[in-house]
Design a protein around this ligand. Structure first.
Ligand SMILES: Cc1ncc(COP(=O)(O)O)c(C=O)c1O
Length: 388
């Protein structure tokens, strides 16, 4: 005798993930190739796994401080100073979180009042909208347009600001578009934030994965930005550690203090074992990152070449992350119908662009976090399916 009134309006308001939806549809088919997932197909490097085992043996199996072990925060502070140009006090300006996702939700709950507006990219990672809604804020989307290289349009963003706007969320490298924001673009956002006294929530989960001459820049490293930015990072993509659920955020001391208070009641802290593994990741050899980026880069070439053989498809060349976001408008089908057609006829799972916001209509997201063989097989099947 389940009654639907038992489900809260808050839970009900949060939309279902479009990525999951495709994945669930696909369950009834066999022999499917999955190019829908946002996770590295590499294994976590062995030295990180060893560090986790050692940590367990040494007794790191207990609660840790709510902001994470101080050793973890020190390793993070060192990394942020060296790699990102962000100078933080490990005691007060860093928090260990349950992935970047945990950091995002704590950030929203900490800075968004009911009714506050948060500017989010559209197309953008679907959890942004859900997280703003959970914090009882109002997601307001700013567009990333293919004809502008999926870069931000500062004029549009400035025009969306009202007296309710609390924060601008930026995501670079971007999921799903694969664009990387240049320092020039980030400076424009910084200017808008300073002028309007706004916060910036900066999701840098894909920071390590950039191609050609594109380099990741952290907006918090720009002048006047450190105190108004919540910088969010993850071990999931850089170290192929999605299942370990470990990430972190850096921000002004008071924001971190409040995020830590909330984390105490929500998750307490990320796993002690994952924190110890993450220290080994930060302090250990980094050669796997170069290898992984090289491999992604080759797969990007492969998938771009394959897509170029389909005359109706136009595709922005990704600058970072591991997704292509091809324009399928010439097929005159909705993104969802297109993705369903590909699933039914080619047995390949891809994600309709609308899973990332209404500006994703006319696009699909294809992940190249899959082997070259799988990508080739999937593309051969897709090309065949598109002939019908
Ligand atoms: C843009 C973006 N941010 C955050 C996350 C969440 O990462 P994590 O595994 O660290 O929670 C993802 C995962 O796919 C992502 O694509």
């Amino acid at each position: 005798m389940f009654r639907s009134k038992w489900i809260s309006q808050r839970a009900d308001m949060v939309p279902w993930s479009g990525v999951r939806k495709m994945f669930n549809y696909a369950q009834k088919y066999s022999d499917v190739i999955n190019l829908s997932l946002g996770e590295p197909d590499f294994d976590t490097p062995q030295h990180i796994i060893k560090a986790a085992i050692e940590a367990m043996k040494k007794g790191y199996t207990h609660y840790t401080p709510n902001a994470g072990l101080i050793e973890f925060r020190e390793a993070v502070a060192e990394k942020l100073r060296k790699e990102n140009g962000i100078d933080v006090d490990p005691e007060t300006e860093v928090i260990a979180t349950v992935g970047a996702m945990g950091a995002l939700s704590l950030a929203m709950l900490t800075v968004v009042n009911p009714g506050d507006e948060v500017l989010i990219p559209n197309p953008g990672f679907a959890s942004y909208e859900a997280q703003v809604i959970l914090a009882e804020g109002k997601p307001v989307s700013y567009s990333l347009n293919e004809d502008e290289g999926f870069d931000i349009n500062a004029e549009e963003i400035a025009g969306l600001i009202t007296n309710k706007t609390r924060a601008i969320l930026v995501n670079t490298p971007s999921n799903p578009t694969g664009s990387v924001l240049s320092e020039k673009s980030l400076k424009k956002i910084a200017e808008i934030a300073v002028e309007n006294d706004l916060l910036v929530i900066s999701d840098e989960a894909y920071e390590a994965i950039t191609y050609d001459n594109f380099r990741h820049v952290s907006i918090a490293s720009l002048p006047d930005m450190k105190d108004r930015t919540i910088s969010i990072f993850s071990f999931s993509k850089t170290y192929a550690m999605t299942g370990w659920r470990i990430g972190f955020a850096a921000a002004n001391e008071e924001i971190i203090r409040q995020m830590t208070k909330l984390q105490e009641h929500l998750a307490a802290h990320p796993s002690s074992i994952s924190q110890m593994a993450a220290i080994a990741a930060l302090r250990g050899p980094k050669d796997h990152i170069k290898k992984m980026v090289k491999e992604y880069s080759e797969r990007r070439e492969l998938i771009m070449e394959e897509l170029a053989e389909i005359p109706e498809i136009k595709c922005f060349r990704p600058q970072g992350a591991f997704y292509v976001f091809p324009n399928i408008k010439a097929f005159k089908m909705s993104s969802e119908d297109f993705a369903m057609h590909i699933l039914e006829k080619a047995r390949v799972i891809i994600v309709p662009g609308t899973a990332f916001g209404n500006n994703g209509e006319g696009y699909v997201r294809i992940s190249y976090a899959a082997s070259k063989e799988e990508i080739s097989r999937a593309m051969t099947r897709m090309k065949q399916a598109l002939k019908t």
